[in-house]
Design a protein around this ligand. Structure first.
Ligand SMILES: [Zn+2]
Length: 192
C-alpha cells in the first residue's frame, strides 16, 4: 500500500532553527562585529491573516560584544501576504526594517530598568531569532487595505461608504425621483 501524503509540505533548504545563533565565545574573542548576511526561514511569522511570505527573511545584521552585552543592529527584509480587510483580495507588501537591540546576560545588570528592554542572553550563544521575529511581527500590517479607497467586494450593491439609498437607481421619466435627489442634495448645491 503506497502512502503519498497530499499534505507533505516541501521543506525549504534553508531551514533554520540554529542559523541565527552566534557563539558568544566567538563574539567576545573578536574586536570586530560579527556579520550575518543570509536568508532564513522562520515559522509562524503571522499576525491575524497576515503572514511573512514563505517565512523567508533576509537579514543583514551585525552583532557586537560590548562588555557583558551584545548589540544587534542592521536590517531585516521580508515580504508579507494577506487579504484586504474589505474586498478580501490577496495583497502583498515588503518590510524593510532597521533593527538596533541589546541582548543582556541574565543577572549581569544591576539595574532592572536597563534590563527590561534587553533580550535575554542565555547559554553559549546569542540567539538573534527573537530580535528578528519581534521586529517583523511588530511591523506587519494588522488589517491591510488594497487601497485606502477600497470599496469592498461589490460596491454596486454593498457600498462601503454611504447608505443603501445612495445606490444609483436612476429611473428615467419619473420626475418624483429627480425631486427627491434635489431634496437630498445629491447633485445640487448644498442648501445647508
Ligand atoms: Zn480591497
Amino acid at each position: 500500500m503506497t502512502h503519498t501524503g497530499p499534505d507533505r509540505t516541501p521543506r525549504p533548504t534553508e531551514s533554520v532553527t540554529d542559523s541565527l545563533l552566534i557563539p558568544l565565545a566567538v563574539l567576545r574573542r573578536r574586536a570586530d562585529p560579527r556579520r550575518l548576511d543570509r536568508t532564513v526561514v522562520l515559522e509562524d511569522l503571522m499576525v491575524g491573516g497576515v503572514s511573512i511570505l514563505d517565512g523567508r527573511v533576509e537579514i543583514s545584521l551585525e552583532a557586537e560584544a560590548r562588555g557583558a552585552d551584545v548589540v544587534v543592529s542592521g536590517s531585516v527584509v521580508a515580504r508579507w501576504t494577506g487579504e484586504c480587510r474589505r474586498c478580501l483580495e490577496t495583497l502583498d507588501g515588503r518590510l524593510d526594517l532597521m533593527v538596533n537591540e541589546v541582548m543582556a546576560a541574565a543577572g549581569s545588570r544591576t539595574s532592572d530598568d536597563d534590563a527590561s528592554d534587553a533580550y535575554p542572553l542565555d547559554g553559549d550563544d546569542a540567539d538573534l531569532e527573537p530580535v528578528v521575529r519581534d521586529a517583523l511581527l511588530l511591523a506587519l500590517p494588522i488589517s491591510p487595505l488594497c487601497d485606502e479607497l477600497c470599496a469592498g467586494p461589490d460596491p454596486e450593491r454593498f457600498p462601503a461608504t454611504g447608505g443603501p439609498e445612495d445606490v444609483g437607481v436612476t429611473p428615467g421619466g419619473d420626475p418624483r425621483w429627480a425631486v427627491l435627489d434635489v431634496l437630498r442634495g445629491d447633485d445640487g448645491p448644498d442648501a445647508g
